[in-house]
Structure formats: structure tokens, C-alpha cells
Design a protein around this ligand. Structure first.
Ligand code: GLY
Length: 368
């Protein structure tokens, strides 16, 4: 069975299709979008080795011609040199304004290819086939595309919505446990930010989903995408509510910077720790009960996830240095740090009203 989540943005509506075997049937899903039966695929070396042949076979069954390029795997690919190479390759392949480009990969490929599609001939359509849990529940939906700058992550980019997202649950079976759980950090974020019933469901079913249960995985991805779609519809370009999707991210970005954006801490791991810290801070500010942060940490621990600063291998800088790194966050407006805090599980809000001494004390307590 295929679940469909609509993203009804006026004039740019699209569907996120979630289910098993979608890669095998990708040709049938993509062919109806095409004006001429030809696509360009961009992937990375790891994903291409696992899934490119399945995709090209599925396209051939529908008579769709294809060309493909593979980029190196890893965050370093989200940079000007690989972006330039991709755009020029698409031009060499004579991709026209009415053609469709396919992004086959995780968040790095989706963001880079989406941005290339946004600027190529002033905008061509693209299809996202996200192959990581993080990309399925977050980065492939909502139209944020871009690359990193030496000055920081995701600082160069554009809003460009895909024309279709195919989230094949079967491909999650090729992820390492660590990558799956990192993506699950973003899944828990949705329950925490806006749906207490979903959080209850995750507490009861998270381990079943992690063990590979397809039905549980489909529901977790579907509910996450529904929540993201609702928020993106309200606030596509992040003038307000979309910032809720950054629950845990202010702490996370500082921790990623402190660990040199290395595999000491994956993004989704930082999000999980950041969510636990955001709830602890909310409780210390008297916004939510003391049980809420305990519940958040208990579930992350039960899943075998990182939830404390001490779970990050190696040394971290001191609390002052971490607070300083938080001040570099994109969410700083007029020098004022904005946080996503919570009145309870499923009830978060954006605020600039957070005394930095409270954040400092929290970090100091965590670093002991
Ligand atoms: N990943 C956050 C957003 O799409 O707004």
C-alpha cells in the first residue's frame, strides 16, 4: 500500500508517496510528469552502488531514457565545486526547461540537486528519491535547497519545491543502525514539537520501527511528513512557524560546530541531544513539568540514542564556548538568539526571551 501526503502549495502542489517497492516502480510514478521521456539522475557513490540500477531499470520499463552522474558521498560534496560541476553536467546533457532532474540520495544530494534544479535555466522541475530516514522525514520535503559556505552550513540556497517525492521504506533497510537512529532523531522532533499522540506512539512503537517493521516505519515517515507539510503550508519561507522545525537545532548547530562537523556527531544525533536540552531548559524556566525532559531522555535512551553531552565521544569546549557557538546560529535576529521551547510534549513555540545565564548554567551542569 502506498500512503500519499499532499503538499498543496498553490501552483506548485506535489505529493509525497510513502511505501514499499517505490524504487522498483519509480518509472511508473515519474513518467506521467515528463514532457519528453528522458531524465537526468544525480546520486552519490554509495547510494548509486546500492540503488541506481533499480531506478534505471524501473525507468527503462516505462521507456524513459536516462543519464546519470555520481558525486562523492559526504557533507563535503555540498559545496560550490560539486555544485558547479553538477550544473555544468546538466547543461552538457542538454537538460531543458521542461525536463525533470532526479535526486537519488540522502540530504546532501537532495539539497544540492534541488538547488541546481532551482537555478538551471532559471528553474527546472526535480523529483526527490530520499534514501535516508533523515531525508525522507525532513530534507526532501518543503523545498529548502542549497549548499554550505566556508562561513557556515546551508548559507547558500533557494526555496524550490520538488514535483514529487518518492519515499521508499525498503531502502531504509540498507542504512546502518547509527544512520537510521540519527534520522529517528528528526522523527522524535515532530512528536515533541507538535503532536503528543505521535510521541506516545513513538514511545510504544519506536523500537518496532527500528527493528525493521515496515508498517511502523511507514506510519512514522507518514506522520512526520504530514506534520512537516502542514507547517510548510502555513509558512513556506520561514517567516514564523516554520522555525518550529528547528526544535533542538540551536544546541545541535553549536555541537556540530564544536565537533568539527565530523562523524563524532551526526546531525540527527545532535538534534536528539538538542531536543533533550530544549526540554530541560523549558522545565528549568518553569514552562513545562519536570517529567517532560525525563520522558524525552528515557525514550532516546531506550532507543540506544545519544541524549546527553557526555554521549558525544572526545572533548567538548567549555560552556561559554558552546554558548558563543550558539550565537552564530542562523536564527539570531538583531543579535538576539531565538529558541524553540516547549510548554509540554507536543506544544512548542518560538521565543527570543531566554536569559543566556540559564542556558550557560544548563550547559555547565551537563558538562560536569
Ligand atoms: N529542516 C527544517 C526546514 O525544512 O525548515
Amino acid at each position: 500500500m502506498i500512503e500519499v501526503v499532499e503538499v498543496p502549495l498553490e501552483g506548485r502542489e506535489y505529493e509525497v508517496r510513502i511505501g514499499q517497492g517505490l524504487l522498483d516502480q519509480a518509472g511508473a510514478h515519474i513518467a506521467p510528469l515528463l514532457k519528453r521521456q528522458r531524465v537526468a539522475i544525480v546520486s552519490d557513490e554509495n547510494v548509486a552502488a546500492l540503488h541506481l540500477e533499480t531506478l534505471t531499470r524501473a525507468l527503462e520499463i516505462e521507456g524513459v531514457e536516462h543519464v546519470s552522474m555520481t558525486l562523492p558521498a559526504g557533507e563535503a560534496t555540498k559545496s560550490w565545486p560539486h555544485f558547479t560541476r553538477t550544473v555544468e553536467w546538466l547543461l552538457e546533457q542538454k537538460v531543458e526547461r521542461r525536463d525533470v532532474v532526479i535526486a537519488l540520495g540522502g540530504g546532501v544530494i537532495g539539497d544540492l540537486v534541488g538547488f541546481a534544479a532551482a537555478v538551471l535555466r532559471r528553474g527546472v522541475r526535480f523529483v526527490q528519491i530520499p534514501t535516508s530516514l533523515l531525508a525522507q522525514v525532513d530534507s526532501s520535503v518543503g523545498g529548502k535547497t542549497g549548499i554550505n559556505a566556508p562561513q557556515g552550513k546551508n548559507l547558500i540556497g533557494a526555496f524550490h519545491q520538488p514535483s514529487l517525492v518518492l519515499a521508499d521504506i525498503d531502502v531504509l533497510g540498507t542504512l546502518t543502525k547509527r544512520d537510521y537512529l540519527a534520522g529517528y532523531g528528526e522523527v522524535t522532533k515532530y512528536g515533541l514539537l507538535g503532536d503528543a499522540a505521535f510521541w506516545d506512539w513513538l514511545e510504544a512503537n519506536g523500537e518496532r520501527a527500528a527493528a525493521g517493521d515496515a508498517e511502523a516505519r511507514i506510519y512514522a515517515v507518514k506522520r512526520s511528513v504530514e506534520m512537516k507539510a502542514e507547517i510548510v503550508l502555513r509558512d513556506e519561507t520561514e517567516q514564523g512557524d516554520r522555525a518550529l522545525l528547528n526544535l533542538g537545532h540551536t544546541f545541535c548547530h553549536a555541537l556540530e560546530a564544536a565537533t568539527g562537523f565530523s562523524d563524532r556527531l551526526l546531525h540527527g544525533e545532535g538534534v536528539a541531544i538538542g531536543c533533550a536540552l530544549a526540554f530541560e531548559l523549558s522545565s528549568r524556566l518553569g514552562l513545562c513539568s519536570q517529567e517532560d525532559p525525563s520522558r524525552v531522555r528515557a525514550h532516546l535512551k531506550a532507543m540506544g540514542m545519544k541524549c546527553d553531552l557526555s554521549d558525544i565521544p572526545g572533548d567538548l569546549p567549555g560552556a561559554e564556548a558552546l554558548l558563543d557557538l550558539m550565537g552564530q546560529d542562523k536564527k539570531v535576529v538583531d543579535g538576539q538568539l531565538r529558541f524553540i521551547l516547549a510548554r509540554g510534549i507536543g506544544d512548542s513555540f518560538v521565543t527570543a526571551d531566554v536569559p543566556s545565564d540559564k542556558v550557560l548554567t544548563l550547559l555547565k551542569d551537563q558538562l560536569i
